[in-house]
Design a protein around this ligand. Structure first.
Ligand code: A2H
Length: 256
């Protein structure tokens, strides 16, 4: 990891309504009174945020809520909070006061605001079993049009809602095209999932291949179909969307 530094965009998804399995814990945590809590999703593709449909946590991954200042707190893995504390993201350098802790499973069904998303009423927190506790913030925002991993996961969730203990309608949403590419059309993830015959989110090697193909084609050949930089090349729009999010206080730079 140390040899491969990664600059993420930490996108802030404000909690609008806590899910039933975590509500009481939050309500009984005095230090969270009057504090806005944001789930922080680490992404390498800020230009795709228009297409967010839900947001994933690892059901067995440990998370915490960490105090940023008197008004805000971030929800992420303790590992990410520690990294953030040394990047001047929290009030006091090196400190990351933990206000609550729980496993990802209790967050399922929580409603959050996804910045820039076409889904303006908020999106749901859903489980993704392949979320790594050792990467990013442990929170992965879902863009099924452009991320093969995300598309494979929501397809599976929609097929087996009882197994995943989710309400079926949480995994049913409109997917809108956000980037057009010459090779994969206007939704590269579903295209590649079909093309490479990927049947499950556990189909690791094929998903890695799909991810690489989608990433390269999107970055070098992609054209924005939506948002503030519609018709612009993805390569040019990417830093602009990132700066817009950061400028509006909806995201920050997170390195690891
Ligand atoms: B990306 P890299 Cl549209 N576990 O964001 C599993 N996956 C994680 C993660 C974790 N702990 N933390 C971040 N990620 C995902 C958008 C996206 C992403 C699109 C297309 C491709 C893509 C929407 N999801 O990633 O291993 C996040 O998903 C493929 C490159 O650090 C993050 O960006 O290179 C990406 O993986 C970071 O992966």
């Amino acid at each position: 990891e140390a040899l491969n530094p990664q600059e993420y965009t930490g996108v802030k998804l404000e909690v609008l309504e806590w899910g039933s399995d975590v509500k009481e814990l939050i309500a009984s945590t005095k230090e969270l009174e009057g504090v806005k809590v944001y789930m922080v999703a680490a992404t390498l593709r800020p230009e795709t945020m228009y297409g967010q449909t839900c947001c994933f946590v690892g059901p067995k991954v440990d998370y915490g809520i960490f105090k940023v200042n008197d008004k805000e707190a971030y929800l992420c893995t303790p590992r990410a909070a520690r990294n953030m504390a040394f990047q001047r993201i929290f009030e006091e350098e090196g400190k990351f006061p933990q206000l609550a802790s729980f496993q990802g499973s209790v967050l399922i069904g929580t409603l959050v605001n996804a910045p820039l998303s076409v889904h303006k009423d908020g999106v749901r927190i859903l489980p993704m079993e392949t979320v790594l506790a050792t990467k990013g913030t442990g929170v992965v925002t879902c863009v099924p049009s452009d991320s093969p991993d995300d598309y494979a996961t929501i397809t599976d969730l929609a097929k087996k809602p009882e197994y995943y203990k989710i309400q079926k309608e949480w995994a049913e949403f409109e997917i809108v095209p956000i980037i057009k590419t010459p090779s994969y059309g206007d939704m590269s993830a579903p295209f590649l999932i079909k093309e490479l015959k990927i049947a499950s989110p556990k189909d690791k090697d094929a998903l890695a291949k799909a991810k690489e193909l989608a990433y390269k084609e999107g970055f070098y050949q992609g054209i924005m179909l939506i948002g503030n930089y519609k018709d612009m090349e993805v390569q040019k729009a990417k830093p602009l969307v990132r700066e817009k999010l950061i400028g509006e206080g909806l995201a920050f730079v997170y390195n690891e």
